[in-house]
Each structure stands twice: as structure tokens, then as C-alpha cells.
Design a protein around this ligand. Structure first.
Ligand code: ATP
Length: 755
């Protein structure tokens, strides 16, 4: 222990040194060093080098190192075993300040660290021993060793016979309302997914508590490390089911030193719209269905109108009324549609055809020779007439009437008020319970995105100007980076060793150029959030089973390379959500070119609780095999029947709120207001504050979350999958309070558990 403490002390001394150097450089950079171009370049160079590193160094304080692997040495000439090297494993890589720049700490994502997660007694991967270190601040408090070379007789006195102590301590610890990282205890089946080399779509399936979310987040961290250049530029998008869930997972990646990530719900993926309102189940199904794409496309075509035959538009004009009849409009519409451009981009083609036809009409009328000879007007006169037609507000109003310029918001709002090209039943489902004007539901967002795609937006002039400005900035930033590489003195930089942090590896001229934009100092993730057409470097979707076909269309547009990790559990699909099998979801986009992986161990729910939850699912799917729980607590789920279910549930909750840890009451939405009134510190409606010790949720809000204790109220009112989700949220203790009858499968599960 003493020796480890000395090593750790040395490690922290080095970190403090690096932090000091980094902080000094940032301070120096702020101090003006002159006004010339060179001085400016040098100042910028320091900012480039140091800013990201300081953040990474600060993020890992208190959890810098967590493990050590001792490698087997080679045999010497006499056949005796030499002592092999040892590597300490941590959240970032650190090198000593010696001439060799010896690695002191290996980044957990580096290939050298991999045996820490994968080695077993059966396959030791060259290891003698694996050690887990536990800390209080900078003080080593515990060591746990696993012997992997069974021939090695040396013992340390810290042996952990099952190798589970650190994992079980993590699983039994009180919850905080925020997910933590699992970097110290990633299990082998999880590690294989985190580092999976498949470049396309990777599906991660597993039952409740199997670590799907944890694995997805660590995969994001791994990819940010392995593909840092690409992902610093293109950013990673993580999509979760609701804002509370995103807050729940929001600290995992910064804790691992990673920040280039956009966390978002589908409801936030259309810039300018922040949708949290939910649709009625019926409306959600219709709005999410693939048929909507066709219906929207046809509704846009309907906006490309023609005058009734025989009832032309009469447009007043200085040289006499212009007649915009069915034939002119039809021919212009055909030409515009033939371009296959989106509606707004095809509009100028329609307008030009109409203007030409109206000019011709005027030319015919004014210059016609009454005796049948050639037209009196010359090219200059015709050009003059054309100008007059093109600048007429009345002509443009008529064009706008027939082929209006549409915004996604305006068009979708109109469409939802009067849906077309749908069955009467589906149209009714959409029309019902529309939110107030200007408000959007989560299910509206994929429709807005689809509409934006169908409508198009003519931003060519803006883009050309922006691109010219960007090229100028890139040229300047390239100068900064060239200078940076040329004058290298920086300790971390080592082009051969990927496990050590290097500023230049995570920046390039394009990115640096962004930092110099006068009005745009945003990171790639921030810019991505504001740009509907952004192509992300990688997309991770959690609770992917919930997404509708329309939401998939939106996400696939954000991922042209199809570099995606999709995480989900079909058994937790809500009634109105999802599209069934992965193959059905993915076939339109990647055919069968996706990898399917599975996680089979439940780290959250003790076996006593999982047995009850599994009984519920078996009531519907008799062959259902739940993931196997890694632990049991000896605590059986309890059940309480009461006439006043709200009173009884509130009382039970208040009695059980843990001093450390969290308790959630999961109840049907209709009871939430009454319950909130009786639960101290709990408010009804809005997003729940998961950091409070007592939390009230409806089953949809509970998706993906976990608590030490859970009380499920009136489960007879839940659908099967909602009930399954609610029952699998607890790490320690589950109770059921009801007045109405219990679902039969739950009653028999509880009877089994309680007997
Ligand atoms: N290797 C591990 N070491 C420590 N804790 C782990 C490990 N794997 C998973 N856990 C913990 O198990 C719990 C469940 O993980 P997670 O939320 O990722 O599961 P999930 O499969 O997404 O569950 P659900 O589908 O029910 O939302 C979390 O507290 C997570 O930290």
C-alpha cells in the first residue's frame, strides 16, 4: 500500500506540474505580448495548445488512476522468470519529465490497457496480476488483486478471491441521481462492444440494467479517443429518450475528460424548436409512421396549384391585364417539377417559366402586326417588357399564389390542422389535442425535418460568402498550427504513442479556424446543434427501440456515413413506440450490413426483483429469458394493498426515503398530481429533479433511470412494457402499492417472491 501511495503521489506531482504549466500558458496567452502578426500568432498558438488539456487535467482530479497490470517477465538464461513491467491505468495518459519521457499512466482506451479488462485466469493475456486501486481523494484506501498467472506463487496480501469486490461495491453504492462512469470495472463482454471495430451500424441489445447506456457512453469516449481528428471536427451526437435522462447521463463523458459531444432528444433536433410536449398515443403512432413521408410530399405537391381551366388569374399591369391561365401554369409547373428539386428550390424555375410566358403574351399583344407580318418589337423592346413583368408586385403575388414559398414550420402547422392523404381515422388522430399555436410536440419534429428536406432552402448566396470567409480563416489558422508544430516543446506530445494526450492531435486548421470566427466561437458540437444539415461523425441512440420510422429518417439524414451505435431492449418498447425488429428498422438504410451484439448480465436489479419483473413479461411472452442478475440482496419485493392508494403510497415513500441514495415513486400520470401534493419537496408536472432524494415519475419518465428504492403505484393501470420498465429501476428495494387489482402475472410473481 505504501509503495502504491508513493507512486500515486509522484503521479499527482506530475499532474500538478503539468496543470501549472498549462495554466501559466493560458495566463500568458491572455497577457498582450505585442501587436504584430507574429505576437498574435504566438498568443493564439498557446491558446490552441493548452485550453483543452487544462480541462482534461481538471476533469480527472480525484479519479486519475484506478488500476494496475503486472506483466509476466521473460525467462532469463537459467530458465528463471524475470520480473515483468507494470503499468498503471487511468482516465488519461501521463508521461514523466525524463529524457525517455517514460509513460507513468496509461489511458484506459490505449491498446496496452486492454488486458486490464479482458484477461482471465484462463486467458491471462501476458498478465501476472491485475490490481484495482480505491481512493479517498489522493489517498489510496484499498487494493484488490487478482492472480492471473496461476503458477506465480508470490502473494501481496490484497488478493480478492472472486475478483468481484470492486464491482459489487460499485453496484451496491448509493445512487446520486447522476450516472457515473464504469471505467474501473468494465466487464469483458462490455469491453468488446466499447472497442468494437465495426465502422457502420452497431446494435447493442440487452435486458434492463445490462449496462447498455454505460457501454454506449464509454464507446463514445473510446471513439473520441481513437478517431479524435474526425470526431473533433464532426462531433458525436447522443440521442436519449427525454431531457431528464440526458441530465442523468450528462456527467459521464466530462468525467472521462471528453466534451465534444451533443446530447439531445429527438424533440431538440430541429434547430429553433424545443419540443417536449408528448402526443396522444394515437397521434404518436400516426405521426411516426412511414406513411407520413408520402403524405407530406403529396401535401406539398397540393400547394403547387393551377388556376381552374377557364378561370385564369387576371393580373393588372401598366400595359394591360396579364392572363395567367391553366395552360401557362401547367407547363411551368411541369418544368419546375422536372428539375426534381425541393419545392422552394424549384420555385424559381416555375417563376421564370411564368414570367417568360407573360412577357410573350404582352409582346404578342403590343407588337403584333395586324396584317400578319413579323412582330414590330425588337429584342430591346422585349427585354424592356420582360423587365416590367419581372418587377411587377402583382405578377409575383400571382406566382406566390400558385407556387408559394413555404417554411417548414408554416407548412407543417397548416398540414396538422388539416391533414391530407391519410385515412379519415388517421387524420382525426393527428388533429386531436393539437397544442397551442407555435408549440410543437416531440412527434412533430421529424415532420418538420421531413418538410425542410422536401421544401429545401435556397441559401447558396449565404453559403458562398461564408465559405470565402472560412477559407481565409483556415489559411490563417494553418499558419498558427505550422508554427505550433515547428516550435514544439510540449511534454505530452508524442506522435508515436497514441495513449498520451497531445494538443495537436485534437485540433486541425479547420477547427482552429472556427475559433477565430469573429462571431462564431462555438465548438463543433455547438455548431452541429444549430445546423439541421450537420453530418455527425458518430451517432449513439439510447432506448433506440422507441424511435418511430419518421424519427429514424431524421437521424439517418444526420449520419450519411452510417457510423452509429444503437442501444435498446425490444422488451421495453412502449405501445406506441418503435418499429419492431432491428432488421426492419435498418433495412432501408444499410440493408443487412449491421453488427448485432448482446449483453446478458444485469448489473442493476438484484435477482429477487428481476424474478418479479420477468414473471410480468412471461405473462405475455412465455419463453422470455431475462438477463441474469449479478447479485442478490436477500430483500424480497413487498406489496401493500390500501383503499386510499395515494395516501398509502405517499406514507410508504416518506418512511423509506434513504439518507444517502434515492427513492422513486412511479405512478400512472393521473395520480401524479395527488401524490406530488403529499410528497415533500416534489412538484407535479415538468421535468423531475433526479438529484433529490425523493422523486415522482410516470413510467415513461422512468425509462433508462435507476434508484436505490422504487415504489410502483397502481400497476394495474400500466401497459406491460411500462410495468416491466418500472419494476426494473431499483438497485436495492422494490415495493408495490395498489387499490385496484394487480395484473395476474405480477400477482403471481410477487407471490413467488414473497412466499
Ligand atoms: N461494468 C460495470 N461496472 C459497474 N457498474 C456497472 C457496470 N455495468 C453496468 N453497471 C451499472 O449498472 C447500472 C445499469 O446500467 P445501464 O443504465 O447502462 O443499463 P441499461 O442496460 O441501459 O439499462 P436499461 O435498459 O434498464 O435502461 C448502472 O448503474 C451502471 O453504472
Amino acid at each position: 500500500m505504501q509503495k502504491e501511495q508513493e507512486y500515486i503521489d509522484a503521479l499527482y506531482r506530475r499532474v500538478d506540474e503539468l496543470r501549472g504549466v498549462t495554466a501559466d500558458s493560458v495566463r500568458d496567452a491572455i497577457t498582450p505580448v505585442g501587436t504584430g502578426q507574429q505576437a498574435l500568432l504566438e498568443r493564439d498558438l498557446l491558446v490552441v495548445e493548452r485550453s483543452g488539456l487544462l480541462a482534461a487535467l481538471n476533469a480527472v482530479e480525484g479519479s486519475l488512476c484506478f488500476g494496475r497490470i503486472d506483466l509476466k517477465g521473460d525467462e532469463d538464461q537459467d530458465g528463471d522468470q524475470e520480473l515483468g513491467v507494470a503499468h498503471h491505468i487511468g482516465r488519461i495518459g501521463i508521461r514523466a519529465d525524463d529524457s525517455e519521457r517514460t509513460p507513468m499512466l496509461i489511458d484506459w482506451r490505449a491498446p496496452v490497457a486492454r488486458p486490464f479488462y479482458l484477461a482471465t485466469g484462463h486467458t491471462p493475456m501476458g498478465l501476472r496480476r491485475r490490481r484495482h486501486l480505491t481512493f479517498d481523494g489522493r489517498t489510496v484506501t484499498e487494493l484488490h488483486d487478482e492472480i492471473l498467472d496461476l503458477d506465480d506463487s508470490e502473494r501481496t496480501g490484497y488478493e480478492d478471491p472472486t475478483g468481484d469486490a470492486v464491482l459489487l461495491a460499485a453496484l451496491n453504492s448509493a445512487r446520486t441521481g447522476r450516472m457515473g462512469d464504469i471505467v474501473q470495472t468494465i466487464q469483458a463482454e462490455q469491453d468488446r462492444i466499447i472497442r468494437h471495430p465495426h465502422p457502420g451500424v452497431l446494435v447493442v441489445e440487452g435486458g434492463p440494467g445490462t449496462g447498455k447506456t454505460a457501454v454506449a457512453l464509454h464507446r463514445a469516449a473510446f471513439l473520441l479517443y481513437e478517431q479524435r481528428e474526425l470526431l473533433a471536427k464532426r462531433a458525436v451526437l447522443i440521442v436519449g429518450p427525454n431531457p431528464a435522462f440526458l441530465r442523468y447521463i450528462s456527467e459521464v463523458l466530462p468525467g472521462l475528460g471528453e466534451t465534444g459531444v451533443l446530447l439531445s432528444t429527438v424533440g431538440e433536433l430541429f434547430p429553433g424548436v424545443y419540443a417536449t410536449l408528448k402526443d396522444t398515443p394515437g397521434a404518436a403512432v400516426v405521426k411516426g409512421s412511414e406513411a407520413m413521408a408520402e403524405s407530406l410530399a403529396m401535401a406539398i405537391e397540393d400547394r403547387q396549384r393551377l388556376p381552374e381551366p377557364g378561370a385564369p388569374l387576371i393580373i393588372p399591369h401598366d400595359d394591360g391585364d396579364l392572363i395567367l391561365d391553366w395552360e401557362i401554369a401547367y407547363e411551368a409547373r411541369q418544368a419546375a417539377r422536372d428539375t426534381k428539386l425541393p419545392h422552394n428550390l424549384a420555385r424559381p424555375h416555375f417563376a421564370f417559366r411564368v414570367l417568360d410566358a407573360l412577357t410573350e403574351q404582352l409582346t404578342e399583344r403590343i407588337g403584333a402586326d395586324p396584317y400578319g407580318g413579323p412582330n414590330f418589337l425588337g429584342p430591346d423592346d422585349i427585354a424592356q417588357l420582360s423587365k416590367g413583368v419581372a418587377s411587377s408586385a402583382d405578377v409575383h403575388a400571382a406566382i406566390g399564389e400558385l407556387w408559394p414559398e413555404l417554411t417548414p414550420q408554416g407548412f407543417v402547422a397548416d398540414y396538422l390542422a388539416e391533414p391530407t392523404h391519410l385515412s379519415a381515422e388517421d387524420a382525426d388522430a393527428i388533429r386531436s389535442e393539437r397544442p397551442a399555436m407555435g408549440e410543437w410536440t416531440v412527434g412533430d419534429v421529424p415532420l418538420l425535418d421531413e418538410a425542410a428536406e422536401l421544401l429545401g432552402y435556397d441559401d447558396s448566396a449565404e453559403r458562398a460568402a461564408a465559405e470565402a470567409a472560412r477559407q481565409e480563416r483556415i489559411a490563417y489558422a494553418q499558419g498558427v498550427l505550422d508554427l505550433s508544430r515547428g516550435s514544439e516543446t510540449y511534454e505530452f506530445e508524442d506522435e508515436d504513442e497514441s495513449e498520451v494526450l497531445a494538443a495537436h492531435d485534437i485540433v486541425d486548421a479547420d477547427r482552429v479556424a472556427g475559433w477565430y470566427e469573429e462571431e462564431d466561437h462555438r465548438s463543433a458540437a455547438e455548431r452541429a446543434a444549430a445546423d439541421r444539415t450537420w453530418a455527425f461523425g458518430h451517432i449513439i441512440v439510447d432506448e433506440a427501440q422507441e424511435l418511430s420510422p419518421m424519427a429514424w429518417r431524421l437521424l439517418m439524414r444526420r449520419s450519411p456515413t452510417r457510423s452509429m451505435t444503437l442501444v435498446g431492449d425490444p422488451a421495453q418498447t412502449s405501445e406506441e413506440g418503435g418499429v419492431g425488429a432491428w432488421a426492419d428498422i435498418l433495412a432501408p438504410y444499410v440493408e443487412d450490413r449491421f453488427e448485432h451484439t448482446r449483453l446478458g448480465v444485469n448489473y442493476r436489479t438484484p435477482s429477487e426483483i428481476m424474478d418479479v419483473a420477468a414473471a410480468v413479461l412471461r405473462g405475455v411472452y412465455p419463453g422470455y429469458e431475462p438477463p441474469s442478475s449479478v447479485r442478490s440482496t436477500g430483500e424480497r419485493p413487498w406489496v401493500l394493498r390500501a383503499d386510499d392508494v395515494v395516501e398509502a403510497a405517499a406514507k410508504a415513500a416518506v418512511e423509506r426515503v434513504p439518507e444517502e441514495g434515492r427513492l422513486a415513486v412511479i405512478a400512472p400520470r393521473r395520480l401524479c398530481e395527488a401524490l406530488a401534493a403529499r410528497l415533500p419537496g416534489v412538484e407535479a408536472g415538468g421535468e423531475p429533479d433526479l438529484t433529490r432524494h425523493l422523486v415522482l415519475l410516470d413510467p415513461r419518465q422512468a425509462k433508462g433511470l435507476e434508484f436505490d428504492r422504487v415504489i410502483v403505484v397502481e400497476p394495474g393501470e400500466f401497459g406491460v412494457s411500462d410495468l416491466y420498465v418500472a419494476l426494473t429501476r431499483a438497485t436495492q428495494d422494490l415495493g408495490v402499492v395498489h387499490a385496484g387489482s394487480l395484473p395476474r402475472a405480477l400477482a403471481s410473481g410477487l407471490a413467488g417472491a414473497c412466499s
